[in-house]
Design a protein around this ligand. Structure first.
Ligand code: C2O
Ligand code: CU
Ligand code: CU
Length: 436
């Protein structure tokens, strides 16, 4: 339903938004691993919607894709979602109908599945990061789905919020260990966070535990829809302050927020230990192998070379032969929109079949590729094995990257694979798998 949020900071005017329960982000849903939940959704919008439980391995009928897994929820109508989350971790929920506008106006919320035995930390913190394109009067700008956004880097905004407000200082205590759950719920903005003076350890990606490791160059790269859980030992001095920078776009680094230590003495002298948990293994020796090639977009853009690059290029190369509104394709085929009836699956697998996919990005742009209902073990990137056993439901692909992933086909039904830059999804960077 409709609401208002303080996106622009304490001095700014409030912004009209669409939100779950009228808030941005929507309410934090904290549920228990292995326990059934029932969530009733009432549509108070003037248009159709659905809710997708991003990253949860659930029954296909609960996946929230209009036309494909359920009829859309009409204005004034309700739908009850019921599922039992098999994995503990950090997930999120968002509409899968009118996605560009509905998410761009604020509909998204965090979903935390709690472990039966909670991880030993002093504090469990969530930063739901959202990027907004605001007009001069700090209202959400119109112009959704412009051709330029669709064929280039998507609708990147001009205001980033943490948990629905302009970031202020984050109070911390010396010596404490924080589990920080980072969720990038932006339509298109990729972020790379650097915690100055700190060494965050990645303990989970997209909800799935990985071998704990420090990120390359100390940067936590979060594309749209990705989650990273880090354990941070607050080893700064009492009273000190440390910026958290986002420096993904060269030359456009900005401080996202500041860790502000209080004056209390350190909580403990030595950091704690970290937990881990295994996931079922795909059988690589006996897997169905397929290649999916990502195509399209305007040429000559891409790169992480700043917003200027988004204006560069201008050649509509690679877009030949794609139908109305399509700017992208997978293996020559453009599925556009949010999901609808009659989408023919590109690939079909029997349940429990191990699958290895080779994803090739032939475009000049970055794409966080998301698979519904499954976690993918990332095997290799450009021929080099990927360390730390990283299971992801959303895999970021740089221009020209080739990434191999493996998973076990799970619950029967039709599952989407799409780019989570929503403009790209809407403009054809999407396909469907069937599990029988
Ligand atoms: Cu969060 Cu189909 O996506
Ligand atoms: Cu999903
Ligand atoms: Cu994309």
């Amino acid at each position: 339903m409709h609401g208002r949020a303080n996106l622009a900071g304490p001095e700014g005017p409030w912004t009209s938004i669409w939100g779950y329960d009228g808030t941005v982000p929507g309410p934090i849903l904290r549920i228990q691993q292995g326990r059934p939940v029932r969530i009733a959704v009432e549509n108070g919008l003037d248009e159709d919607t659905t809710v997708h439980w991003h990253g949860i391995r659930l029954l296909n009928a609960m996946d929230g894709v209009p036309g494909l897994t359920q009829p859309p929820i009409k204005p004034g109508e309700s739908f009850v979602y019921e599922f039992t989350p098999p994995d503990a971790g950090t997930f999120w929920y968002h509409p899968h109908a009118g996605s560009l506008v509905q998410m761009g106006r604020g509909l998204a919320g965090p979903l935390i599945v709690e472990e039966a035995e909670p991880v030993a930390v002093d504090r469990d913190l969530l930063w739901m990061l959202q990027d907004w394109r605001l007009s001069g009067d700090k209202q959400i700008a119109g112009g959704f789905g412009s051709t330029m956004d669709a064929a280039m880097s998507g609708r990147v905004g001009n205001e980033v919020t943490i948990n629905g407000s302009a970031p202020t200082n984050q109070p911390v205590r010396a010596g404490e260990r924080v589990r920080l759950r980072l969720v990038n719920a932006s339509l298109a903005r990729i972020m790379a966070l650097r915690f100055e003076g700190h060494r965050p350890v990645i303990v989970a990606i997209d909800g799935q535990p990985c071998d704990p490791h420090e990120p390359e160059d100390g940067r936590l790269v979060l594309a749209p829809a990705m989650r990273i859980d880090v354990a941070i030992d607050m080893q700064g001095d009492p009273g000190s302050r440390h910026d958290v920078m986002d420096d993904v776009y060269d030359g456009l680094a900005y401080p996202l927020t500041t860790l502000a230590y209080d004056r209390a003495p350190p909580l403990r002298a030595n950091p704690l230990d970290l937990p881990r948990k295994p996931l079922p293994e795909p059988d690589l020796a006996d897997a169905a192998r397929h290649e999916l090639t990502l195509q399209g977009g305007m040429m000559g853009g891409g790169g992480m070379t700043g917003m200027g690059a988004m204006m560069g290029g201008g050649m509509m190369g690679g877009m030949m032969g794609m139908g109305g509104g399509a700017a992208w394709a997978i293996n020559g085929m453009s599925m556009t929109g949010d999901g609808h009836a009659g989408m023919e699956p590109a690939l079909t697998f029997r349940r429990r079949r191990s699958v290895v996919l080779k994803l090739r990005n032939e475009t000049a742009w970055w794409h966080p590729m998301h698979l519904h209902g499954h976690s993918m073990l990332v095997l290799s990137r450009n021929g080099a094995p990927v360390p730390y056993r990283q299971w992801q439901d959303t895999v970021l692909m740089a221009p020209r990257d080739t990434v191999e992933v493996a998973f076990v086909a799970d619950n029967p039904g039709d599952w989407m694979l799409h780019c989570h830059v929503i403009d790209h999804q809407m403009a054809g960077l999407m396909t469907v798998f069937r599990v029988t």
